[in-house]
Design a protein around this ligand. Structure first.
Ligand code: NAD
Length: 489
């Protein structure tokens, strides 16, 4: 029965073609359905299956961009209600897995504290605004009505740091989707697996409510090369870089609209009017949050002489230990800094007791911070250490404290903290330091909405000025004009 020879096959094909085209010519026009089917079959056969991605994860950056671009064409047709449904499904799925995500991040990066990562991921879920952030504006008058609205940029390339990998994907992902964009994430290679995990969870959630595929995509093996492809690809219309000064500079040189959220070195100033017991607790809580990984964390304390000893006593009573031996401070310096004076990445985000154990000193694991009094030029104060080692610098008075705080912030315009009850002193430091976040009498994390008012973010754009990013940051402002009508004043 199945024993066809070539002539039989040729004759069957000719008959089918005749049926479909009415003339029996296989060389018919490009409208010929057989030709089109054949083209499709050839196209499919030539396509590497992995180029279709697996729940938003691609082997190749070009494929990831292409699919994010296709998704954006589809997403454009969606209204705000549908966007909100997508954001809610995204949040629900990530919330269900927040412990797993935090555990995987901790294990893969080897940095920070599991329980603080749970808090950070929940903060990103709870405090990232949605579509309500996209406020329209209007001008009306004799000339009619002019409307200002916020439209998406299109496809955004987002670079995420190793220190907050999943928090950045949650926070940027929600903000960028709320604004109507699609996103390609370029994670740090040191956090690639957990980034793949969360991107797949998000895609699973969106697909479960019949949302478009590939609104958020990434590559399985991120590299400098794959990031460079993203930075220069014509279909990527905006770049958002969250990381150190190197990547921010690269992003700003991309020739595209770029948002740069760079390094910080937040000083905390304490004057003689502060509630010193509370200041000590707030400083240790803020400094030790996820072992000092967040860019907003207290990185150096500047305290006026009059209250310096009491502040140190209070810090020592609360989960912190002071080291006073000059040789030990030097040994610690040699351990956590390289010969070039840069930060030794092996100790970034490690527990205080782990770091001290490398010097043969056992401290209780409940100690969250090791602090030492140093001079103003000490590398502990100058470098962004991102570990729970806190330099304390004693100064004569509040003016000297403010001047030094400005110097050690390095013009990053990132974050500064002050403990004081003197409104003039608080205003003086805030004006002088010009940081995006200025926290008064609280731990630094109040500045990103934890235990305080205001929305949360993990992308604080100091260098490019957008500040604490949210959906509206990722939009273009457009004007729509109606002349002579619709003003009913
Ligand atoms: P990092 O600069 O080493 O890496 C950040 C991202 O940039 C990673 O995805 C990395 O792969 C990529 N990258 C770095 N150099 C690159 C290059 N030459 N080409 C292509 N990609 C490159 O920073 P990190 O250690 O992951 O994160 C910590 C830094 O990020 C700190 O300086 C911290 O202050 C800063 N940070 C800032 C914010 C903010 O909102 N301002 C938030 C989190 C972290």
């Amino acid at each position: 029965m199945n024993d066809f020879n070539m002539i039989d096959i040729e004759s069957i094909v000719k008959n089918v073609v005749k049926e479909l085209t009415g003339n029996g010519s296989v060389e018919a026009s490009s409208a010929n359905p057989i030709m089109n089917i054949e083209k499709k079959i050839i196209g499919f056969a030539n396509t590497n299956m992995s180029s279709e991605g697996e729940l938003g994860v691609f082997e190749d950056m070009n494929d990831a961009i292409e699919h994010a671009w296709i998704a954006e064409q589809e997403y454009r047709k969606f209204g705000l209600d549908k966007r909100t449904q997508i954001l809610e499904a995204f949040k629900a799925e990530v919330r269900k897995n927040v412990e797993e995500i935090s555990r995987r991040t901790f294990e893969e990066t080897g940095m920070g504290r599991y329980e603080d990562k749970v808090l950070k991921n929940k903060l990103a879920l709870d405090k990232t605004p949605g579509v309500e952030d996209l406020e329209a504006g209007v001008t009306t008058g004799d000339g009619g009505l002019t409307l200002y609205e916020m439209s998406p940029f299109g496809v955004i390339g987002a670079i995420a740091p190793s220190t907050n990998p999943t928090e950045t994907i949650i926070n940027n992902g929600l903000s960028m989707l709320a604004a109507g964009n699609t996103v390609i994430f370029s994670p740090h290679p040191g956090a690639k697996d957990v980034s793949v995990f969360i991107v797949q969870l998000i895609n699973k959630a969106i697909e479960s409510i019949n949302g478009p595929k590939n609104l958020i995509v990434t590559v399985r093996k991120p590299s400098i090369e794959s990031t460079n492809i993203m930075l220069s690809h014509p279909k990527v219309t905006m770049i958002c870089a969250t990381g150190g000064p190197g990547i921010v500079k690269i992003a700003l040189s991309s020739g595209k609209k770029a948002i740069g959220a760079g390094a910080g070195n937040p000083p905390v100033v304490v004057d003689e009017t502060a509630d010193i017991e509370k200041a000590a607790i707030d400083i240790i809580d803020g400094c030790s949050f996820d072992n000092n990984l967040p860019c907003i964390c207290e990185k150096e304390v500047i305290v006026v002489d009059k209250v310096a000893d009491y502040l140190k006593t209070c810090m020592s009573k609360y989960c912190a230990v002071e080291i006073t031996d000059k040789n030990l401070i030097k040994q610690l310096e040699n351990l956590v800094l390289t010969e070039k004076g840069t930060v030794n990445k092996k100790f970034v985000g490690k527990n205080a007791d782990y770091i001290m154990r490398q010097l043969g000193i056992n401290i209780d694991p409940s100690i969250r911070v090791v602090f030492a009094e140093v001079d103003r030029n000490h590398p502990f104060a100058v470098e962004e250490l991102m570990m729970p080692i806190l330099p304390v610098i004693r100064v004569k008075n509040v003016d000297e404290a403010i001047e030094l705080g400005v110097e050690l912030e390095h013009g990053n315009r990132h974050t500064a903290i002050m403990h004081s009850k003197h409104i003039d002193n608080l205003s003086k430091f805030a004006k002088a330091v010009q940081t995006t976040i200025f926290v008064k009498n609280a731990p630094s994390y109040a500045g990103i909405g934890y235990g305080a008012e205001g929305h949360g973010t993990f992308t604080i754009a100091g260098p490019t000025g957008e500040g604490l990013t949210s959906a509206k940051t990722f939009t273009r402002k457009r004007r729509c004009v109606m002349v002579d009508n619709f003003s009913i004043k």
